[in-house]
Structures are given as structure tokens and as C-alpha cells.
Design a protein around this ligand. Sequence first.
Ligand code: PMP
Length: 313
Amino acid sequence: MPPYAYFRRQFMPLAEAKVGILTHALHYGTACFEGIRGNWNDEQKQLFLFRVKDHYERMHDGCRILKIDPHHSVNEMIDLTLKLVEKSGYHEDVYIRPLAYKSSEAIGVKLHGLEDDFLVIVATLPAYLDADKGVRCCTSSWRRVDDTMIPARGKITGIYVNSALAKTEANEHGFDEAILLNHDGHVSEGSGENIFFVLNGKLVTPPSSDNILLGVTRDTIIQLARNELGIETIEASVDRTELYLADEVFFTGTAAHISPIIEIDHRPVGDGKIGNITKQLQQLYFDVIKGKNPKYLHWCTPVYSKLAQAKHS
Ligand code: PMP
């Protein structure tokens, strides 16, 4: 089966979905996107989309910021994503990339008076960070963009130049990932992940006012820690020094899942091994996203109908 895309209001082979070279979003970063995981459950022969509604609600927020008319309601976006993934027939983990963008082929920096389009692509994605071994990080020399520059609350494509600068700098210096500070020096997040700390047995994560993307995985971890481990998360600004003093540190994100950080700026985190709370949260999280925990099935949307499952099994 060829990979398909939803593009210009129809399903078509990915290879045929092309934009013109004058497309506004290509020149000016005027688009917002999402990353949604489909997680394969082999026992049930089912693919579960994780918190798809929350992702599309965030996308609608991004569209409001960028004055993009996505032409589809959240429910319509969910329906056509389900159709696209089903049509593509994957029996493995997938990554879904919707994009709402300024589609006019026009020169001129602005947001108003332009045409908009919405597209969706589905693909497989190799492990983004090593969630088993843990990752080595550096504090980036790049600062996280401020809400008054490009709003970090939206997954706005132009913002990712900030992330790309930080990621490449980190990789070229031999690290797996960057940790970005705000302008005021507080810890913000990774290039594509939120960050959590275990400090004296408490879970701490930077608040939205520290220019983070309000991650769906971040919210998932806050809820799992509270409901399943009885640990409340404190949303508070974190100083750079606390990066070095925390007992455990980990990233969260749709692509990165829960990735333990084992070293920061050449200093081991805790004893340099994956911490206890991180391990417990990883186990809980991987069961939940694969639809194996009945308590959280409302977060998992099955792709394949019962009929299709019977045919495939
Ligand atoms: N921060 C940034 C900058 C990101 O790109 C992402 C990935 N979407 C996240 C945090 C994590 O968000 P989520 O858990 O919703 O994927």
C-alpha cells in the first residue's frame, strides 16, 4: 500500500501531494503542526491514536494565533485522520503529522488576507531519543523564544528554527539533546520535549509562563503521577543550578515518549542511572498509550473497526 496523505481536501498518494515553491508557509514559517502517535497493540491487533482530540484542540489554538482557517472542526480532523491511518493499513507504531498552513502562493510578510489549507501525513518514526539508555544533554547557548516574540503555546513552524539551532549545536558538540533556558535564565524545555525534575522526592516542571509548549505528554505525566503514584507535580520556575542538583530529570514528548536524562553539562544526574520515579512513570505511560490500561482507554482512539480486525487476524 503506498503511503497516503490528506491534502487539498482529499486523500491521495503521498508522492502526489505537492505544494508550489511560492507557498507562503515555506518562506515565512506561517504554519502550525502537530505530532500524534498511533501505538500498535499486538494482542488486540489494534492501533490506538493517543489523545488525538487534545492534539487537534491545540492545533486549533495555534490556528487562532496565526489567523489560519483550518476549514475543519476538531471532530472532522479526527475523523479524517482515522480514515487516513486506516487506509494506510499500518500494523506498527506510527507518527501522524497534521499541518495547517498559509497556502497562498504570494510574497509579502503578513498573516491576513491569505488562503489556508490543512493536510495530514502518516509515517513510521524511529526512536527519537534513547528512552532505554537515557540521554546526555547540554544547556544550550540559544535561549528559548519568548511569548512576545513567537508564542510558544502554539506549535508554530517558524518557532522550530529556535529548536533546530539548539538541537544541531547540541549534536555537533556530542550531546543527544539541548536544554533551553529562557531570557531570564530559567529552564524552559528541550528542543522538542518538556522537562521534569525530581527534587527532594517532589516532581517539578516549568510553568507555561516559562515559554514552554504545553505538552500533551506533560499533562499525561502530571495525571499519571498524581493518580497512580500519589505524587503531585509542582509547576515552578527552575534555576540552571537545579539541573545539576536534581535526583532525576526526564523529557516528555509525543516523539520522545519519556526519555530519562542521565547527564547534563558533563555532570551525572543523580547516580547517573535511570531513576526510580522515572522508571515507574515509563512503565505506566507505555501501557497507557498502547491501550493496555482500562482506566485510561478514553485517551486511546482505535483505528481499526471490529470487522477490519477480524479480516486481518
Ligand atoms: N516542547 C516542544 C518544543 C515540542 O515540540 C514538543 C513536541 N510536540 C513538546 C514540548 C512536547 O509536546 P507533546 O507532549 O504534546 O508532544
